[in-house]
Write a protein that binds this ligand. Sequence first.
Ligand SMILES: NC(=O)c1ccc[n+]([C@@H]2O[C@H](COP(=O)([O-])OP(=O)(O)OC[C@H]3O[C@@H](n4cnc5c(N)ncnc54)[C@H](OP(=O)(O)O)[C@@H]3O)[C@@H](O)[C@H]2O)c1
Length: 224
Amino acid sequence: MNTPLKIGIIGGTGALGSGLAARWAKAGRYVVIGSRRIESAQATCESIVAGAIEGRDNEAPRVSYGLNVDVARDADVIVVTVPFDQQEKTLASIREFVQGKIVIDTTVPLLPPKVGTVNVPESGAAAVSAKCILGEDVKVFSAFHNVAADKLQSLEELDCDVLVFGDDKDDRPVVISLVEDAGMRGFYGGGLRNSIAAEALTSVLITINRQLKCQTGIRLVGMH
Ligand SMILES: NC(=O)c1ccc[n+]([C@@H]2O[C@H](COP(=O)([O-])OP(=O)(O)OC[C@H]3O[C@@H](n4cnc5c(N)ncnc54)[C@H](OP(=O)(O)O)[C@@H]3O)[C@@H](O)[C@H]2O)c1
């Protein structure tokens, strides 16, 4: 039997990271929660294990935890879920441990307090910045920009889609399968430069959410 992919989540204690972790654990994926503080990682891990046990027919969920750098070193696929103003510092700290691996960056370049206004980083997109920081040998993707963390955490059925961006063709199916295991449809939306479209759309959704007092996502139609 093949060894299961280890999915390491950097900043996995946060809103988005813990929501993704909970869904992947429930789907039977092997997840490792990363944090700057081992106690925080452990607490999130325990709460995800407790939530994932339900409905898994006695099969123990595979969730563990560690410091961000250790998680980056051990995992096969690394998912980065830290705030925009921490993206550069965090990626630089794990750079040496993720060479040759898939890194999925979720950063939306929001500039609080004006999170309803689109901000375009100098590089053209947060995903492009990630690639610049991590280097040519890292297979950088971006995804999950338009999904509300609360909805992920609820573990209820989701009716939204996820746009995936990246320049490495061969590894796209791995990322799309992670989106599907988190309970959504994933669509490849082009190279990293295109990521700005989804990153910017988040501010549009935030503006709509404020008006309607809800949490909208995106859904592609016209497939048939
Ligand atoms: N929330 C959403 O609905 C959502 C949706 C789509 C995309 N995103 C994107 O996903 C990313 C994470 O969002 P989030 O809402 O999950 O963020 P968050 O909960 O505010 O923070 C995530 C984690 O980042 C780490 N962190 C916080 N401050 C840090 C610092 N100064 N240095 C290093 N690490 C720090 C923390 O982990 P430790 O303290 O455990 O180290 C924290 O748990 C953002 O880039 C956001 O744009 C979010």
